[in-house]
Design a protein around this ligand. Sequence first.
Ligand code: NAD
Ligand code: SER
Length: 317
Amino acid sequence: MKNILVIGSAGQIGSELVPALREKGYFVVAGTSGRTPLPAHLADGPTAIVNLLDHDALLGTVDRFRVDTVFNLAAILSATAESKPLAAWDVGVNGVLNLLELARDRRLSVFTPSSIGVFGPETPHAATPQDTVCRPRTMYGITKVAGELLSDYYRNKYGVDARSLRYPGLISYVTPPGGGTTDYAVDIYWKAVQNGAYECPIAAGTFMPMMFMPDALRAAVELMEADASHLRHFNSFNVHALSFDPEALAASIRRRLPDFRLSYKVNPLLQDIAESWPDALDDTAARSEWGWRPQYGLDAMTDIMLDEIAKRIGKNA
Ligand code: NAD
Ligand code: SER
């Protein structure tokens, strides 16, 4: 891994992955579809307009910058995908296939995140095993299962170096999340600092797996840097860090903001999806095959989230 293209750099993960990779000394092209403006902080290195579905543009960028590794972050997340299922299929399946074909031709390494969205109501919810039932009810989840299978197919049949993680809900403060079921766990921090109160669309008692962005970035880089001979699962590894419900998150916030108020207006679409997802993942395979360890617990993440958001809106937290 030397010359990297990040597709979907303007999103929640990409806006932080590009600088993290550049800080490690990699040459990184920040790709954006052109519809979402690239954040200013990514302009300190090369950039390119890259639509995952545009084979020629993708090929041109890969050849121009001698790219050997692609982090493909383009997707339509779970909640938004339910109102745009065909577009979600297009980017999540046809886009991945397009990239895998290019990877086969140009011998690229490819990272396309999967998600807890691959699981469904029949999956065991407690310590969800690595190898288990993957029968999602959402279009997002269906695209992620297809993406995992396609990536393993290209790996086994053509020797493409495709690797992936099943990310939990990701929590960060740099760029807002892009329309997922787990977004409440980001919104709650902003509203806590701004208004001291939050109306939650997910019901009390609904546990989901979550992770702070620095852990998620490190996981992606460590997986792509791992010696392939030590890996067995490839597409896709469970990775676990945190599991909480809205009440536990509010309690963590109240350590710092004792007057914080949490109320509920449950969104049935989000709640249905949330209930179909695991509470927590068994990530033994990631731990044993490439040494995965999360670093951030709930309260440590809360402290950083509140401090960073307060700085950004000029308020004390
Ligand atoms: P995001 O929605 O914040 O960003 C995705 C970016 O992709 C956007 O900037 C969008 O404009 C771009 N994009 C969409 N279609 C494109 C196309 N055809 N060509 C090029 N770019 C396109 O998403 P994210 O949160 O950064 O997620 C990145 C990846 O990680 C996705 O595969 C997502 O499913 C996965 N993931 C995210 C989370 C999370 O909590 N954020 C959790 C699990 C998995
Ligand atoms: N955070 C993502 C979502 O809710 C999980 O893949 O869609």
